[in-house]
Design a protein around this ligand. Sequence first.
Ligand SMILES: Nc1ncnc2c1ncn2[C@@H]1O[C@H](COP(=O)(O)OP(=O)(O)O)[C@@H](O)[C@H]1O
Ligand SMILES: [Mg+2]
Length: 363
Amino acid sequence: MKKLKVGVVFGGQSGEHEVSRVSAASVMRVMDKSKYDILPIGISKEGKWYIFEGDLSKIEDGSWQQEAIPALLPPNTDYKCIITLENGMQTKYNLDVIFPVLHGPRGEDGTIQGIFELMNIPYVGCGVSSSAICMDKVFAKMILRQEGLPVVDYKVYHKKALSLALPDIIAEIESSFGYPCFVKPANMGSSVGISKAHDRSKLETALHTAADYDVKVLVEAFIDAREIECSVLGNENPKASIPGEIIPSNEFYDYTAKYCDGGKSKLLIPAPLTAETVKKIQELAIKAFKTLDCSGMARVDFLLSKVSGTLYINELNTIPGFTSISMYPKMWEASGLTYIQLIDELIELAIKRHQQKQQLKLY
Ligand SMILES: Nc1ncnc2c1ncn2[C@@H]1O[C@H](COP(=O)(O)OP(=O)(O)O)[C@@H](O)[C@H]1O
Ligand SMILES: [Mg+2]
């Protein structure tokens, strides 16, 4: 059988650049070399593209860029390849499928998926619109709510309005949600720009912080909740994994608790839940996945109220953390699908979706 040429894209211009490098190195380390020819494609924090064929540990420790060769991915259906330019020499590396292992804006938000669409090449994960919608917490909530799926109450403010009518906005938030409340930039990840505001002065700071990252700011009611996650995999008939639970080491699952606490945040797989709750979570996860038109994969994150037992869909991550110890692959492992099988299945799903799209009329 001919080996598939897989471009694995890592890094990128987001606050999750480092996490992406670790996820991607993990993926490439386990990918079956008898099935795949792997081409690592790195994007620097400045947005420069490279090919890097050196040691995977250099992707993890960040030194990869010193030995990388500048490259470009032409959005041209004639060139299903990445091209390197070195000393005036041009080399083409053909690609059969692309696996973007990028998190956050410009990686998980439909922008890079747009290039893959223009190239007309199969790629792992959600398409342009579902990536964009899942990245935008406001759009995602609007659509989930419209379809009757449970989301936490929220309000949205534009950066401009915050500068013009801050006292009115603060009064509205206080009367709608009180304290504490959560303030988030609409498009971010890894808890970057998110605050839990305990009083008026913290709320004011929190609104400005969120507005540093996005012109659209989201304020939510605080839910005293357990954090439950569920992995979904598939195209038209997605399946849901056994749910897991996060016990953050901080007051909430902020950036430090996610990446910098030396493993003090606990991941419980399976989450200690009744069979009935597990079933409900899996049903909601699949409904959310279908509602937001996801394909390939998504990790659906829930808040399970400790007070009322109500389940809320907090967000969908279309390219979830993907190291061998990340929740998405771990929840699949607990459900009987190994990390290696998971990667094979994602690549297969990418090719199937692409083949299906080829049957559609373009004009
Ligand atoms: N409404 C809320 N009530 C309680 N905790 C919340 C709420 N929204 C977010 N959190 C906490 O903040 C963390 C990050 O928020 P989230 O919406 O998941 O953003 P991100 O996309 O950055 O992960 C969550 O994992 C949770 O710990
Ligand atoms: Mg989250």
